[in-house]
Design a binder for this molecule. Structure first.
Ligand SMILES: [Zn+2]
Length: 227
């Protein structure tokens, strides 16, 4: 009898433990869940070929948006280095907005690209904080358009590369930049190994060639349309 009672007590405490584990696991999931930011009502949806581009600028006057106009000289390529599931362009748009007025560690950039869409966070003609070189003259922050490529483990990196190549080609045309001079790695400005996958796999030149090929295609289209 005494034995039976004890085993019942054990069973109850086991059930309680399992119950608590489930509750704390669910709570952990809740606190770690990425809060998705809905596009603002005035967000402009445009397309680069078949890629949706969501415009959701950081509010003027936030710390991450210094608002300083500058000459555009470079496209500065980055990778987020965030391989987490769901760390896509929409998630980074949420992140950049949530941290726009952070006390320290302010970061901002212009575009985030993943395997199915692009978010545009800042006007191209404004400075941002992504190249780690302060506001140096002819620097990445001062004169570069910061482009972050997603490396989320549930994304298709090869497709992200293709989407980024298309965005870069379009920007080179728009701002009349020479691909061989304007395409830069974050590493060129601060020494950080970024974009790390492209650098570590020795594919930076391949990426630049693909952008240049796309750029020439657009140039040829432009010439054909003008004639
Ligand atoms: Zn970077």
């Amino acid at each position: 009898m005494a034995r039976k009672k004890r085993s019942k007590g054990l069973r109850v405490s086991l059930m309680l433990t399992v119950g608590l584990m489930i509750v704390s696991f669910a709570a952990g999931m809740l606190t770690q869940r990425i809060v998705f930011r809905e596009p603002q009502t005035d967000a402009g949806l445009t397309y680069i070929e078949d890629i949706p581009v969501m415009t959701d600028f950081l509010p003027e006057g936030t710390r991450a948006r210094p608002g300083q106009k500058r000459e555009i000289k470079y496209l500065v390529i980055h990778e987020t280095d965030n391989t987490g599931t769901g760390a896509n362009a929409a998630a980074h748009n949420s992140f950049i907005h949530q941290n726009a007025n952070a006390e320290e560690g302010i970061v901002s950039w212009h575009y985030t690209v993943d395997d199915h869409e692009i978010y545009h966070h800042l006007p191209d003609d404004e400075t941002a904080y992504h190249a780690g070189d302060g506001m140096e003259k002819n620097g990445g922050n001062m004169n570069g358009i910061g482009i972050e490529m997603c490396v989320n483990s549930d994304g298709n990196y090869e497709q992200t590369l293709i989407n980024t190549e298309k965005l870069c080609a379009r920007l080179l045309i728009e701002y009349d930049l020479n691909p061989s001079k304007a395409l830069k790695k974050h590493q060129d400005f601060s020494g950080k190994i970024c974009p790390s996958t492209l650098i570590n796999s020795g594919r930076w030149d391949e990426f630049c060639s693909a952008v240049t090929a796309k750029y020439k295609e657009l140039k040829a289209d432009e010439a054909a349309n003008a004639s």
